[in-house]
Ligand binder design. Structure first.
Ligand code: UD1
Ligand code: UDP
Length: 364
């Protein structure tokens, strides 16, 4: 009697925030001897947005890079879908694992679901309740198709329950992005980051890339004005995401002598810089979580967050460009500090919990 081949898992990654989430899951599955295939869609392709994460996080080389590159939502999503369909048909994985809320995530989920290949969604159930965010649409669609939903915070379980997802599909496992942070803590060197950039005293780090903040020239202009206001008080370092380059440059971001705009940093260098900072100004999802763990004050330049646990258990607060300088002032005065309580299960073992559930699923 011929034996059927061992079941295997196919991971789909593509954009910067996917990589620190996938690394601990891949490592833990590897430890359990599971056969794995790693696909990079090529949604992000600059070496500083992609390759550096593979070097620093011990991720295996992708088995395939689809090279889809940039494009409008429909073009990018469709390109990932058509490329993946051929791959999934040939490869026939037993489970497709997708991460976060980017276009590559939703594209892979749609293709797998139509081919009746089960989907696992890592970081399921987060909701901003703001459908003007493209990520919110990606989250809702992906969760509605997933067979295994791995959540990072209890609120995500509540959202999924209220959307009718069966309880036995939902697994509260903690946060694999935080696994990566904790595994690399010794490597984050604030002094090296400071020396590298010639920073002597306190400084603030800013990272902005949400379409709502960077695409519209008027909004970008208003944010640049607010950042100049912050820089009047404290130097600001901005590892600028490529999406904001044009609009922020046109709005005169670099014209302030205390603003240092640099290319995106590698993960280790970036968190080193964040670790030594007075505060972070951001609209990034992952950075809200990382600052919570590092107890670095985080000012999130957004009207909402799909990560409320970083406010209730962390250092995060929502701000507008109009109250940014005042909020920073209260951090400098020391009126806002972290109480050191971290969100439940953000303990460095989410990848192992995810791997254990996947192995049980494959053995069904
Ligand atoms: C994407 C995700 C967003 C995530 C972000 C993380 C979607 C819908 N959005 O947004 O959720 O927070 O990644 O960084 O999936 N570009 C480069 N080099 C690159 C990649 C992009 O220059 O390596 C430029 C291109 O001009 C491109 C633009 O950035 O058009 C936007 O890239 P894209 O992947 O479409 O969306 P992000 O804004 O990066
Ligand atoms: N990051 C990085 N270098 C930078 C800016 C961010 O390595 O210059 C890391 C950050 O620490 C986090 C991830 O990129 O791990 C978050 O990605 P991003 O902000 O692009 O996406 P989001 O989390 O908003 O989806």
């Amino acid at each position: 009697m011929s034996q059927s081949p061992a079941p295997h898992v196919l991971h789909v990654t593509g954009a910067r925030p996917n990589f620190p989430k996938a690394a601990p899951v891949i490592r833990a599955l590897d430890g359990l001897g599971v056969r794995q295939v790693l696909v990079h869609t090529g949604q992000h392709y600059d070496p500083v947005m992609s390759e550096v994460f593979f070097q620093q996080l011990g991720l295996p080389e992708p088995d395939v890079n689809l090279g889809v590159g940039s494009g409008s939502h429909a073009h990018q999503t469709a390109k990932v879908m058509t490329e993946l369909e051929d791959m999934f048909v040939a490869e026939r994985p037993d489970l497709v694992v997708v991460y976060g809320d980017v276009n590559s995530t939703v594209a892979a989920s749609l293709v797998a679901a139509k081919l009746q290949i089960p989907v696992a969604h890592v970081e399921a159930g987060l909701r901003s309740f703001d459908r003007t965010m493209p990520e919110e649409v990606n989250r809702i669609v992906t969760d509605s198709l997933a067979d295994l939903l791995f959540t990072t915070s209890p609120d995500a379980n509540v959202h999924l329950g209220s959307e009718g997802v069966a309880a036995d599909k939902i697994h509260f496992v903690g946060n694999p992005m935080i696994d990566t942070l904790l595994a690399n803590l010794d490597a984050f060197d604030a002094d090296a980051a400071r020396a590298q950039l010639g920073l002597e005293g306190p400084y603030v780090v800013a990272t902005l890339h949400r379409p709502a903040n960077v695409d519209d020239p008027a909004q970008a202009g208003s944010i640049v004005k607010a950042l100049h206001g912050v820089a009047d008080r404290t130097p600001v370092v901005i590892p600028l995401h490529p999406r904001g380059r044009k609009s922020f440059q046109s709005a005169g971001l670099m014209d302030h002598p205390a603003i240092q705009v640099i290319d995106p940093l590698g993960y280790v260098e970036f968190i080193g810089l964040v670790r030594g900072s007075l505060a972070v100004i951001t609209d990034s999802g992952g950075v809200q979580e990382e600052t919570t763990m590092l107890a670095v004050p985080c000012l999130t330049l957004r009207p909402n967050t799909e990560r409320p646990v970083t406010i209730t258990h962390g250092t995060n607060q929502l701000v507008t460009q109009h109250d940014l300088a005042d909020r920073l002032e209260s951090i400098i005065d020391g009126t806002r500090t972290s109480d050191g309580v971290t969100p439940p299960l953000w303990d460095g073992h989410a990848g192992e919990r995810i791997a254990a559930v996947i192995v049980r699923f494959l053995a069904r």
